[in-house]
Design a protein around this ligand. Structure first.
Ligand SMILES: NC(=O)c1ccc[n+]([C@@H]2O[C@H](COP(=O)([O-])OP(=O)(O)OC[C@H]3O[C@@H](n4cnc5c(N)ncnc54)[C@H](OP(=O)(O)O)[C@@H]3O)[C@@H](O)[C@H]2O)c1
Length: 512
């Protein structure tokens, strides 16, 4: 897009972030994520001239797929899933450098063949090319892939150069503390931490990045961002969809593993961390880990800090939907939660006494992800509650999806001859201000990994610290089994057990 055609508010913003010559190798290239997100991300980076001149894409998988067929699959994926239409010239350039290597993930010879193929590509390009491995397979094969990248020497490619081999690892990063530690140990046996990019695509979302800008580029927030002025914080990651055809997968996962341990904990860390000394990846990640370590172990059991539930039949968008236990591939007495909520206490100077509430669920009233920072109510001396005044504590909310933006609830005088007040909402919406052509999270993250910027990726110690908090909750739920599971109607905002977490402090969930 010519600069003159861009939205007026984007004029003058630099678009240039350069990656060195790179070959991206996708493991699991015939899969769903590759088609829906990764190939469209590469294509859109190409459309924005953000791919390096010598960019190459290599698919890897067990099924033999000729290069031509892989290119056709990729083109079909762009037509179906890309946020922008397929431009044949852009795709033609990417397709010319797109190839496929078939082999087993546990087959060393296949990785030797891949190494030979990459060496050929580098020879043809006539200069040093960095390799970015993207592991987009089910987690059962993360370890064999990592170990074979080590055994074939690929993990050490150009290790002494700035543009050394890098690896992106998809979620889930373990299913508890022990498995996360084991995966970290496998990674560390093959790669150095500076080569590793653990992805949480939430961190690639504009609003999540904007959280850092809002907090640290505006002087008005920092003086208020503490226990003296903030009453509570609520983080909601709600979906209106059920488990659909993924019941078998979901039974092994649940809301806490799928959403809370990663996405919502990351949102808490970014909201509550101390200002980093710089925008350097390590400086930011150091602060996030410090914050996560300050969260107190949760009180378990009835009346404790965590709640879980499953959806029962209900109405979504005017249509009747099944309950979780009636969905395909779900056990009759399933112990997997489709809703999880937690109350966190952060024991540091800034946050002591300010509850952080987290919730995530499927089949909730609507799809929304937001962080709501609730400020304390003003003293009631002037505008007392005598019926004329409807005063609310100010709430600053970051809406992560959909309809990305920021809003602030302020108490305002209702026009008229009497002084009456009412809370009103001031809204900033990305799409209104900047146009709706926002890059997808995966575009930002693939580009950052190519450039070598780990800021929006999770460090090994971060993943383990988050699991350390969540694992005892999972263990206590596993011990309790499916018999004591709470329920909520599909289309509601969750179970009474979730409300009870807040009631203890006189709070209620917002209805975003
Ligand atoms: N799909 C999403 O929207 C999404 C979102 C966030 C994160 N993720 C994560 O991204 C990764 C990939 O997700 P996906 O949905 O693309 O997975 P997928 O379609 O189930 O699998 C990706 C590819 O991995 C290979 N594969 C599948 N099952 C395998 C098995 N049991 N053993 C060895 N190889 C197997 C297959 O390729 P070959 O048969 O060609 O080898 C398959 O095409 C997962 O870790 C997932 O949790 C996915």
């Amino acid at each position: 897009m010519a600069d003159s055609q861009r939205h007026p508010f984007l004029h003058g913003l630099s678009k240039h972030r350069g990656a060195p010559p790179t070959v991206v190798v996708i493991f699991g290239a015939s899969g769903d994520l590759t088609a829906r997100k990764l190939i469209p991300a590469v294509y859109n980076l190409g459309r924005d001239n953000l791919l390096p001149a010598d960019f190459q894409l290599v698919g890897f998988g067990r099924k033999p797929i000729p290069d031509e067929e892989f290119r056709a699959l990729a083109e079909a994926a762009i037509r179906r899933f890309s946020r922008r239409n397929l431009d044949p010239a852009v795709w033609g350039r990417i397709a010319a450098g797109t190839t496929y290597v078939a082999g087993g993930y546990d087959e060393k010879a296949a990785f030797d063949r891949l190494a030979g193929h990459l060496a050929d590509l580098e020879k043809k390009s006539g200069r040093e090319v960095q390799v970015l491995f993207y592991i987009s397979t089910p987690p059962t094969v993360f370890a064999p892939i990592l170990l074979n990248l080590g055994a074939s020497g690929l993990a050490r490619k150009h290790l002494d150069q700035p543009h050394h081999a890098k690896v992106i690892i998809e979620k889930p990063f373990g299913r508890d503390l022990d498995s996360a530690r084991e995966l970290n140990a496998t990674i560390a046996s093959v790669f150095q931490e500076r080569q590793v990019y653990r992805i949480d695509h939430y961190l690639g979302k504009e609003t999540v990045q904007d959280l850092l800008v809002q907090r640290f580029a505006n002087a008005i927030f920092e003086p208020l961002w503490n226990r003296n002025f903030i009453d509570s914080v609520q983080v909601t990651v709600a979906e209106d969809i059920g488990v659909g055809a993924r019941g078998g997968y979901y039974e092994q996962s649940g809301a806490l593993r799928d959403m809370i341990q990663n996405h919502t904990m990351q949102l808490v860390a970014l909201t509550a961390m101390e200002p980093p000394v710089s925008l350097d990846a390590e400086a930011i990640r150091d602060e996030k880990v410090k914050l996560l370590r300050a969260i107190q172990p949760l009180v378990l059991g009835p009346g404790g800090d965590a709640a879980r539930a499953q959806y029962t039949a209900g109405m979504i968008g005017g249509k009747g939907v099944k309950g979780y236990r009636e969905e395909a591939d779900i056990a009759a007495g399933s112990a997997t939660e489709t809703y999880a909520a937690m109350r966190l206490s952060i024991n540091n100077w800034r946050w002591q006494g300010v509850p952080f509430y987290l919730r995530s669920g499927k089949r909730m009233a609507r799809r929304v992800s937001e962080i709501a920072v609730n400020f304390k109510c003003p003293p009631g001396t002037l505008f007392a509650a005598d019926g004329h005044f409807d005063l609310a504590g100010n709430t600053l909310s970051f809406q992560i999806q959909p309809d990305e933006g920021l809003s602030l609830i302020l108490n305002t005088k209702i026009p008229g001859l009497e002084t009456r007040t009412q809370p009103v909402k001031m809204n900033f919406r990305y799409a209104t201000t900047f146009g709706s052509d926002t890059p997808e999270a995966y575009e930002r993250l693939v580009l950052d990994a190519m450039i070598g910027d780990g800021t929006l990726f999770i460090r090994g110690d971060e993943a383990e610290t988050s699991w350390k908090l969540c694992t005892p909750v999972l263990e206590s739920w596993a011990a309790a089994g499916g018999g004591s599971m709470d329920n909520y109607h599909a289309g509601s905002w969750g179970p009474a057990a979730g409300d009870a977490l807040l009631a203890k402090h006189g709070h209620v969930w917002r209805q975003p």
